[in-house]
Design a protein around this ligand. Structure first.
Ligand code: C2E
Ligand code: MG
Ligand code: MG
Ligand code: MG
Length: 284
């Protein structure tokens, strides 16, 4: 009986695994269709200069406008895209779309775009960027790619060469989600980043935790002495922004300032600012 029960549980386990595999396969197929049929969107979140309040950058964040499940965040599909290689055409879409949508916008702001490990490894990346730059006339020195420690960790010599090529063309490189990996300091030595983005987990308890405050303060000092700009992400209240300003953090990004929005929605917000230069002070 024990044996039978064991088999029963195994069968249950098999079925659960099956369902999971099927769900992933389904997502992969749906994502392929979305890529072909224009189901992906790019939303943009502003980044401000803390001292002046002016908008300095917009970060492009991919969304999937799913026919049944609604607007899906990257958490729902990025891992599958990365595993299946679909991240490469997905990333191409984001680059082309973001440059196209932003090319017409007035203002002296950067455009930030996230790159995953397999995108950096892909031989298609540099030609894709070159094509998008040529098609839109976007100034490469206004583009900043954001990579995480995973990229540096998995970087072979060709990936490093790609990063060097990007920097040589004037494109900036930021280290995203800083502090969430494990040997962050060695990465800072291995690659000359233009910017460090402090992960929002440190910002979250900035007002209540002395150790978070100490860490953030140290990262800001580190960035400064390495000649790197520092942006804090995930600012949700005024107290956090206040402390970051006091600590000398350069830039901030978060729901307090504005959530990521479609270009058309953001256009309305920008129009409301009355800022013809497009880099006006957001009223948060
Ligand atoms: P990330 O690059 O660190 O982007 C910041 C994430 O924090 C975004 O999540 C943004 O919506 C969210 N966020 C912004 N402000 C706040 C806040 O005040 N509070 C909280 N709780 N969250 C905030 P999102 O859009 O879901 O993106 C998640 C991650 O997916 C990104 O993290 C990035 O690593 C990746 N990603 C997004 N778009 C792309 C893309 O086009 N290509 C690649 N390769 N990765 C992308
Ligand atoms: Mg990012
Ligand atoms: Mg981040
Ligand atoms: Mg992140």
């Amino acid at each position: 009986a024990a044996k039978a029960k064991g088999r029963g549980q195994l069968a249950l386990f098999d079925r659960a695994l099956d369902a999971k595999v099927q769900q992933r396969r389904r997502t992969e197929q749906d994502l392929r269709v979305a890529l072909l049929e224009g189901g992906l969107r790019v939303h943009y979140q502003p980044v401000i200069d803390i001292a002046t309040g002016r908008t300095t950058a917009y970060e492009a964040l991919v969304r999937w406008d799913h026919p049944e499940r609604g607007m899906l965040p990257p958490d729902e599909f990025l891992a599958i895209a990365e595993e299946t290689g679909l991240i490469v055409p997905l990333g191409e879409f984001v680059i082309r779309q973001a440059l196209t949508e932003m090319a017409g916008w007035k203002g002296n702001f950067r455009l930030s775009i996230n790159l995953s490990p397999s995108q950096i490894r892909s031989v298609d990346l540099l030609p894709t960027i070159a094509d998008a730059l040529a098609a839109t006339g976007f100034d490469p020195s206004r583009i900043e790619f954001e990579i995480t420690e995973h990229v540096i960790l998995q970087a072979d010599s060709s990936a490093t060469a790609t990063l060097d090529r990007l920097r040589a063309s004037g494109i900036k490189i930021a280290l995203d989600d800083f502090g969430t990996g494990y040997s962050s300091l060695s990465y800072l030595r291995r690659f000359p980043f233009d910017r460090i983005k402090i992960d929002r987990s440190f910002v979250k308890d900035l007002t209540t935790s002395a150790s978070s405050r100490a860490i953030v303060s140290t990262v800001i000092a580190l960035g400064r002495s390495l000649g790197m700009q520092v942006t804090a992400e995930g600012i949700e209240d005024r107290a956090q922004l206040q402390i970051l300003g006091e600590l000398g953090c350069d830039e901030a990004q978060g729901y307090l300032i504005l959530e990521p929005l479609a270009a058309s929605e953001l256009d309305r917000v920008r129009a409301g600012l009355g800022a013809d230069r497009g880099d006006g002070v957001l009223d948060y």
